[in-house]
Design a protein around this ligand. Structure first.
Ligand SMILES: NC(=O)c1ccc[n+]([C@@H]2O[C@H](COP(=O)([O-])OP(=O)(O)OC[C@H]3O[C@@H](n4cnc5c(N)ncnc54)[C@H](O)[C@@H]3O)[C@@H](O)[C@H]2O)c1
Length: 277
């Protein structure tokens, strides 16, 4: 399989796929980002070896299945390619056209978009029946859910292949209609956004809001820790897409979120967001 994008999701899906036996070619824009991915997967494997979750022989075998490239033509023979580039519609449309031009005609091209209409990405290719959403969650090696997004024109074979792929990665896939936010983000993002609005109103400190949602709802992390994990830039893009689709004020990004993205306080990936890392 091929993966495009060497950010949080590209790295997590690559790790999951090589652990599940797939041979993965990962396309990144620069050799430096490709090497960072390999280093971060090696670190994760070291931690798993330390916890006796795998042996070093297994880790070496799995890493042997990962190759990184800066040449899109290296994806020509893949049966499945998943794009995980930045949540920016123009960038994704350009990537879909480029993938369509190089991938063999039988290949499935999937997107990990959180909110864009999958049909728009499919329509940018000459094979809309072979394009679907395969939406992993963050961190991909840990989270069980994968949303398989079904457009109006995708073939049943493509959906079944995507579903089988997710099952073979030991995930729990659900099939969902092509509507902004699918299931999880449509329900999750108004909550995250309203947590920022509560903070803006001075109702409580972010630490207390996080404590409240963990202790009161049994959530594993509070909204501010989760926004930092997701990435505030990604969160604002997701909210904007949801707002475009539904025009519901709950989806309109809180001003503080937008200001923090402008200030490059994007969360864990920039080492500072609501918290410092
Ligand atoms: N972060 C999450 O929690 C999460 C969860 C599920 C799905 N997603 C989706 O996964 C995708 C990637 O998100 P991420 O969190 O990994 O983002 P990220 O910011 O960590 O990585 C984005 C990647 O896109 C690349 N990129 C940026 N501009 C580009 C361009 N012009 N051309 C080609 N590549 C470019 C970057 O180099 C980087 O490799 C998005 O569609 C996002 O909505 C994110």
């Amino acid at each position: 399989m091929g993966l495009v994008g060497s950010g949080i999701m590209g790295s997590g899906i690559a790790e999951t796929a090589i652990e599940s036996g797939y041979k993965v070619t990962l396309l990144s824009r620069t050799p430096e980002s490709a090497q960072l991915i390999v280093a971060s997967i090696k670190d994760s494997f070291e931690r798993k070896i330390g916890k006796h979750k795998k042996t070093s022989t297994q880790a070496d075998e799995e890493l042997g299945r990962l190759s990184v490239t800066n040449e899109i033509s290296d994806l020509a023979d893949c049966d499945l390619v998943i794009e995980t580039v930045v949540e920016d519609l123009d960038v994704k449309l350009r990537m879909m056209r480029s993938l369509d031009a190089v991938c063999k005609p039988s290949a499935i091209i999937a997107t990990n978009t959180s909110t864009f209409p999958v049909i728009e990405l499919a329509a940018a290719t000459s094979r809309p029946d072979k394009v679907c959403g395969i939406h992993f969650f963050n961190p991909a090696p840990v989270m069980k859910l994968v949303e398989i997004v079904k457009t109006l024109v995708v073939s049943e074979d493509t959906i079944q292949a995507a579903n089988s792929f997710a099952l073979s990665c030991n995930k729990e896939p659900v099939i969902v209609k092509d509507q902004a936010g699918f299931i999880v983000n449509c329900l999750l993002f108004p909550y995250l956004n309203n947590a920022v609005k509560l903070l803006e109103q001075g109702v409580a400190s972010m630490e207390d809001i996080d404590t409240a949602m963990k202790g009161g709802c049994g959530f594993p992390m509070g909204p501010f820790a989760l926004l930092d994990l997701v990435g505030l830039d990604t969160a604002v893009s997701i909210l904007n897409s949801l707002y475009d689709e539904f025009k519901d004020p709950n989806f309109s990004p809180a001003p503080l979120l937008k200001r923090m993205v402008t200030a490059k306080l994007c969360g864990r990936k920039t080492r500072a967001g609501f918290y410092k890392y």
